[in-house]
Design a protein around this ligand. Structure first.
Ligand SMILES: NC(=O)C1=CN([C@@H]2O[C@H](COP(=O)(O)OP(=O)(O)OC[C@H]3O[C@@H](n4cnc5c(N)ncnc54)[C@H](O)[C@@H]3O)[C@@H](O)[C@H]2O)[C@@H](O)CC1
Ligand SMILES: [K+]
Length: 497
C-alpha cells in the first residue's frame, strides 16, 4: 500500500540531497545512523515477507551495493534469515571496501554470500535491490548494467530499497539503465523520482511504493526548505473554497473565456463550462460576431458576448466582477491573438494562457516578465514548452518547469503524464492521478477552464492551480475509459472534494 494522501504532510517530497539533511538532523538529535539503517533494513524485510509464499518456500537474493543502500540490504538479509527464509547476499562490489554504517551492518551477516551469478538472479523468487539509492551519481554501465538487465529479464519479483537502482530520486529519470521494481520501500517521505515518470513506473506504481517511518522526527523539516510536493489533498485542501449557506454567486468569481473562429469553436465552450463546473459563480464566453449565434445557441449556462476588437473586449472587461480570464482554447494563432492577450494582461486580472495564446506569444517573443507580480498561469504541453523556452531542456521536467516559472514570473503547468505545477518562488507540485485515457482532444481546454474556475474563487495561486490539476485528473478517472472531453464536465462535479 502506498502512502495515504490524506495524511497531513504526506505531500512532502524530499530530494536525495534534502533526505541526507533529514538523516543528518536525526543523527545530530540522538538517533545514530546505525539505528536508522537497522530500522530501514527491517522494514524492507517486513515488506519482503509479504511478497513471498507464507510457508517460507522460495529463494531470496539480496543485491548489495557499495554504499549505505547496500547496508540496508545486509540488515534485510539478516532479518529474513532469522525469520527462516532461504536468503543469500550477492555483493556487486568488494565487501572489504565497504565503509561506515554499511561496513558495520555487513559484519554480522553470517548467512550465504555468493559471487555474482546472473542465472541465479534470473530464477530467484525474490530479488531485493539494495545496490544504489540516494547516492547514485552517474550513469550505470558495464557489469552492473548487465546485472540490472538480468534482473529485468528474469522471473523474480523485485523489491527496491529506497529507489530502484539506476533511477534518479531527484528527476525520475533513468541513469543508463534501471531496475524495474514491482515494489519499493522508501524512508520518511516519497522522493520526486517516485512520483515523476518514468520513475513512478520503475518503482512499481504509486500503490506499490511503501513509505516507512524509520524514526526521523518531522521536526527536521523546520531546517529543510521543502519546495516539492506530491499533488494530493493534503497539499491544497486548506485552500479549497466550500460555499457556505449565505454564499452568493458573486462571491465565487466570474470567468471570461476568449473564444475564436471556426473550426475550433468547441474548445472555448469546453473551457467556459469547465470553469462553471469547478465552482466559479459565473462564466462568460466572448467571441467574434461571426461565431456569436453558434455559441449562443450551443450554450445555456454560460453567457455569450461578442467582441471584434481589443476595444470591444475591454468594454466587456469593464465589469470588474470578471476576475479571471482564459485565453487560448480555439483563439487562433497570430498577431491578433497576441494583441488581444496584451490588452487583457494590462487589465491585471488573474489570467490563464493556453494553447493558441502560448504559440502566439512564443512567435512574437513577448516578455511575460514585464507583467511581473500578476497572477498569470501558462499551461504548455511539451511542444508548446519547447517553442516558448527553446533554451530549457525538458530532460529534467521538474527543473525545466521551475526554470520557466522563474524566467517568466508566471505559474507554469507543464502538462504530461505527471503534470507539474511550478511557481516563480520555486515551489512545485507533481500530479500522479491522471489516467492514461485522459489524453484526448479537448482535455487541455477543459483543464484551462478548471484552472480559471478555481482561480476565480480567489484562493492562493499555487495551491489553486495544483488543486485544479488534481481535479482534472480525478475527473478523468471518474469519467472512465473511452471518455471524450465533454464527458469530463459532469465528472468534474462528481470529483469535487
Ligand atoms: N545513515 C544514513 O544515511 C541512512 C541511509 N540510508 C540508505 O542509504 C542510501 C544512501 O547511501 P549512500 O549515500 O551511501 O549512497 P548509495 O548507497 O546509494 O550509493 C553510493 C555508492 O554508490 C557509488 N555509485 C554511485 N553511482 C554509481 C554508478 N552509476 N555506478 C557505480 N557506482 C556508483 C558511489 O561511488 C558510492 O560508493 C539511501 O538510499 C538509503 O537506502 C538508510 O539506511 C537510512 C539511513
Ligand atoms: K536500490
Amino acid at each position: 500500500m502506498g502512502l495515504d494522501p490524506r495524511l497531513p504532510e504526506s505531500h512532502i517530497l524530499l530530494s536525495p540531497h534534502q533526505m541526507y539533511a533529514a538523516d543528518t538532523w536525526a543523527m545530530q538529535n540522538g538517533t545514530s545512523g546505525i539505528t536508522l539503517m537497522e530500522r530501514a533494513g527491517k522494514s524492507v524485510a517486513e515488506v519482503a515477507t509479504e511478497m513471498m509464499p507464507h510457508n517460507g518456500d522460495g529463494t531470496i537474493i539480496v543485491l548489495c551495493g557499495p554504499g549505505n543502500n547496500g547496508g540496508d540490504g545486509y540488515v534485510a538479509a539478516r532479518y529474513l534469515a532469522e525469520w527462516g527464509y532461504t536468503v543469500s547476499v550477492m555483493p556487486i562490489s568488494d565487501i572489504m571496501a565497504l565503509k561506515g554504517d554499511a561496513a558495520i551492518m555487513a559484519r554480522p551477516w553470517i548467512g550465504r554470500t555468493r559471487p555474482m551469478d546472473l542465472n541465479a538472479l534470473k530464477s530467484a523468487d525474490l530479488v531485493i535491490d539494495a545496490m544504489f539509492g540516494a547516492g547514485l551519481d552517474r550513469d550505470i554501465e558495464g557489469d552492473i548494467a548487465a546485472v540490472i538487465e538480468a534482473v529485468n529479464e528474469g522471473s523474480a519479483v523485485v523489491l527496491a530499497v529506497d529507489l530502484p537502482s539506476g533511477l534518479s530520486g531527484a528527476t525520475g529519470q533513468v541513469q543508463g539503465t534501471a531496475i524495474q521494481a514491482d515494489t519499493s520501500v522508501t524512508f520518511f517521505s516519497y522522493k520526486p523520482g517516485h512520483i515523476l515518470t518514468p520513475g513512478r513506473y520503475y518503482s512499481g506504481g504509486i500503490d506499490n511504493i511503501h513509505v516507512v517511518d524509520i524514526g526521523i522526527s518531522r521536526d527536521c523539516l523546520a531546517d529543510i526548505q521543502v519546495n516539492t510536493y506530491w499533488n494530493t489533498a493534503s497539499l491544497w485542501q486548506g485552500a479549497v473554497f466550500h460555499p457556505g449557506p449565505s454564499s452568493h454567486k458573486y462571491d465565487r468569481g466570474h470567468v471570461l473565456v476568449l473564444g475564436g473562429r471556426e473550426p475550433a469553436l468547441g474548445a472555448s465552450r469546453l473551457a467556459s463550462l469547465a470553469a462553471l463546473r469547478s465552482g466559479c459563480g459565473l462564466s462568460t464566453l466572448a467571441c467574434p460576431s461571426e461565431s456569436y449565434s453558434i455559441q449562443a445557441t450551443a450554450l445555456t449556462d454560460v453567457m455569450v458576448r461578442r467582441y471584434d476588437s481589443s476595444f470591444g473586449l475591454l468594454s466587456i472587461m469593464a465589469d470588474k466582477r470578471i476576475n479571471t480570464i482564459v485565453a487560448g482554447p480555439g483563439l487562433g494563432v497570430g498577431e491578433k491573438t497576441t494583441e488581444t492577450i496584451l490588452a487583457v494582461l494590462n487589465e491585471r486580472r488573474r489570467t490563464v494562457l493556453d494553447a493558441d495564446a502560448l504559440t502566439s506569444l512564443a512567435r512574437q517573443m513577448v516578455q511575460l516578465s514585464d507583467y511581473s507580480g500578476q497572477d498569470i498561469v501558462l499551461t504548455p504541453h511539451d511542444g508548446e514548452f519547447k517553442k516558448m523556452f527553446p533554451d530549457i531542456s525538458l530532460d529534467d521536467r521538474l527543473s525545466a518547469a521551475r526554470q520557466a516559472a522563474r524566467q517568466t514570473d508566471c505559474v507554469i503547468v507543464l502538462k504530461g503524464v505527471s503534470t507539474i505545477v511550478a511557481a516563480p518562488d520555486g515551489r512545485a507540485s507533481i500530479a500522479s492521478n491522471a489516467p492514461a485515457w485522459l489524453s484526448v482532444a479537448g482535455a487541455g481546454d477543459v483543464l484551462a477552464g478548471i484552472i480559471a474556475g478555481v482561480l476565480a474563487q480567489g484562493l492562493p495561486l499555487f495551491e489553486s492551480v495544483s488543486y485544479a490539476v488534481w481535479l482534472h485528473g480525478k475527473s478523468g478517472e471518474v469519467a472512465g475509459r473511452g471518455l471524450i472531453a465533454s464527458d469530463l464536465l459532469p465528472a468534474i462535479a462528481k470529483s469535487l472534494p
